[in-house]
Design a binder for this molecule. Sequence first.
Ligand code: NAD
Ligand code: TDX
Length: 332
Amino acid sequence: MRILITGGAGFIGSNFVHYIYNNRPDYHITVLDKLTYAGNLKNIEGLSKDRVNFIKGDICDQSLVEEIVSKVEAVIHFAAESHNDNSLSNPWPFIQTNIVGTYTILEAVKKFDKRLHHISTDEVYGDLELNDPNKFTNTTPYNPSSPYSSSKASSDMLVRAWVRSFKVKATISNCSNNYGPYQHVEKFIPRQITEILEGRKPKLYGNGQNVRDWIHTEDHSSAVLTILEKGTIGETYLIGARGEKNNQQVIELILELMNKPTNYYERVNDRPGHDLRYAIDASKLINELHWQAKYTDFRSGLKSVINWYTKNEAWWKPDKHKTEAKYKELGR
Ligand code: NAD
Ligand code: TDX
C-alpha cells in the first residue's frame, strides 16, 4: 500500500507518520509538506528512506499534487493552517491552504480515482454551553466561529460535494483537541509547559472556564487508520476520548505535575470570539468501526508530554522567542 500523507511534518501528521511506520510495515509513505513555520523535518527524522519519502511542496501546486497522487493508492490529508489565533491576525493563508489546498487534493483524487481521508476538526460545529447535555455528533449543524474553523468547515463541504457529485472515495473525520509530542509551542499545552521551563508563568485566556475535549494524538492516529481501513465511503466520523477539561484545570494540573504552586499563572487578554466548549460523541466510530481510545488517563498522558518537552528543549527553543513576541503584541 502506497500512501500520501499531506502535512506529515506537522504535529498530528508526523505522529501519524510514526504510527503507520510502527504499525503497518507493508505501507510505503510519501510526505508532502510545505514546511511552513509549523512544519519541522526533525519530527520525522531517522525513518528509513526505503519506507518514507519526503517531498517539500505546496498542496495548492496542482501539477505537483497530481504527479504524487497518481503514484499512491490513498491520500490522508492533514496539511492545514491550524492555529486560531493566527487566523484572527491574518486569515489569508487559511483560505488558501485549507480551502484551495483541499480543492486541489480533491481534483487530483478525482482525476486518478484514489481513496481520500480528510482530517478535520470539531470546531466546525461551533461551541456548546457549559451545561448543554448534548455533545457534537455527525448530524450537528455546522456553525464555525473563527476564520480557521470556517475554512476547515469549507474544506469539509468541498469533500462532501466531491463525494456526491463525482463519486470521490472519501471519508472525513472531525477530531477534538490533540496533545502529545511535536506540538508547536504556540498551542495551549506546549506553551504553558515551556513558559514554566523558561521560568515564566503560564498564560490563561479570559476567565479560563472554556472547555476543550482532550485526546492523545496516538488515539487520533489509531482512529484515522481505522477509518482509512474500515470506514464507509462518504461518511463522517467524530473522534474523541471523553477528555473534557476547562483550561484552568489543565493549567493547574500542569503546575502540579511540574512541582509549582497551582496558582502560579497569569490571566491574559481573551481570544476574540473564543469558543466556550467543545465535546465529542464518538459513538458512531466506536459502535460501527469498533475503535477504542487507549490513552484516556489525562494525568499520565500530560506527565509524559511534560517529560518530552523537558528533554527536547533543542526541538522547541528555536520557535519559542518568536512565538512569545507575537503573543506579547496581542496582549496574550
Ligand atoms: P500543524 O500546524 O502542526 O501542522 C500543519 C502542517 O501542514 C505543517 O507541517 C505545515 O508545514 C503543513 N502545511 C501547511 N500549509 C501547507 C501547504 N499549503 N502545503 C503543504 N503543507 C502545508 O497542524 P496540526 O495541529 O498537526 O493539525 C493537522 C490537521 O489536524 C489539520 O488539518 C487540523 O485542522 C486538524 N486538527 C487538529 C487538531 C489539533 O488539536 N491540533 C484537532 C483536530 C483536527
Ligand atoms: O496561551 C494560551 N492560553 C489559553 O488559555 C493559549 C495558546 C490558549 N488558551 C486557550 C484557548 C483555548 O480555549 O486554550 C484553549 C486551547 O487553545 P489552542 O491550543 O489554541 O487550541 P484551540 O483553539 O482549541 O484549537 C485546537 O483544537 C482544535 C487546534 O489548534 C485546532 O487546530 C484544532 O482544530
